[in-house]
Write a protein that binds this ligand. Structure first.
Ligand code: APR
Length: 227
């Protein structure tokens, strides 16, 4: 079975009602998202950081996967599909995809600030200052912030090397190391970039599909299933 490796970003969840990071000029309540999603902000303005993720988590509890997520599930009829997502939502899993690697953490999880191995499922949208882990320290969003290491990147690189086909969906490809994954794929394999604002930033992909994910991904998947 051939392997399709898919790198997704916020754009694949946009039609599910989840905001991308760099729409509104990358601002949230007049703060740059890079400034809110950072260890510095957590240290100096923790409530602001909690509010940012609580707002997103609240939306996620009512959001549903869209045609783009479902098309990637259908692709498993013919291919081994490995999804590497920069998204912290769980819409790929809820759609039914079998292999999903989260590069930047997961919104529905919290973790201890003293012991990063203590990770907890959140079955509610609100995480509060004062919510503690079993060792008595504050819980933080289980998110990789700007300036923090990306523990899953090695595994993602190994996955990218396996690709017989590579897809990039709904990402501005400006955040590293995620954007560097394109450099690890085998030379010359068919590569697709589905994004209304796609440019050759994704490493001169062979096929640029300037469509929303809900339209472009199902069409591409049908094409790949029929070839
Ligand atoms: N379908 C497909 N793509 C879309 C859609 C859509 N319906 N709507 C918007 N897009 C595209 C935009 O054109 C843009 O290229 O989605 C992309 C979103 O880009 P960003 O907001 O930069 O999101 P992303 O690339 O996922 O950001 C990477 O940055 O803030 C951090 O950790 C955060 O994982 C995130 C990372």
């Amino acid at each position: 079975m051939e392997t399709v490796v898919v790198l997704t970003g916020a754009g694949i969840s946009a039609e599910s009602g989840c905001n991308t990071f760099r729409d509104n000029n990358g601002l949230w309540r007049n703060h740059r998202v890079e400034e809110v999603a950072s260890p510095y902000a957590w240290q100096h303005t923790p409530q602001l950081v909690m509010d940012f993720y609580n707002e997103r988590r609240k939306k996620l509890f009512t959001a549903q996967p869209n045609a783009g997520h479902y098309a990637l599930v259908k692709l498993e009829l013919k291919y081994r599909v490995a999804i590497i997502t920069q998204n912290v939502d769980d819409l790929h899993e809820r759609a039914g995809s079998s292999h999903v690697l989260h590069l930047h953490g997961e919104l529905k999880k919290a973790r201890s600030t003293v012991d990063p191995t203590l990770i907890y499922e959140l079955n509610r949208w609100e995480l509060k200052l004062g919510d503690l882990c079993e060792k008595g320290s504050q819980l933080r969003p289980h998110i990789v912030w700007f300036g923090e290491p990306v523990p899953m990147i090695e595994q993602a690189i190994e996955t990218a090397k396996q690709a017989d086909y590579f897809m990039v969906i709904g990402t501005s490809m400006v955040v590293y190391p995620a954007a560097s994954l394109i450099h690890y794929i085998k030379k010359g394999i068919p590569t697709y970039y589905v994004d209304p604002n796609a440019t050759s930033k994704a490493g001169n992909p062979l096929h640029i599909i300037k469509e929303k994910a809900g339209v472009g991904v199902p069409r591409l998947v049908e094409q790949m299933l029929n070839q």
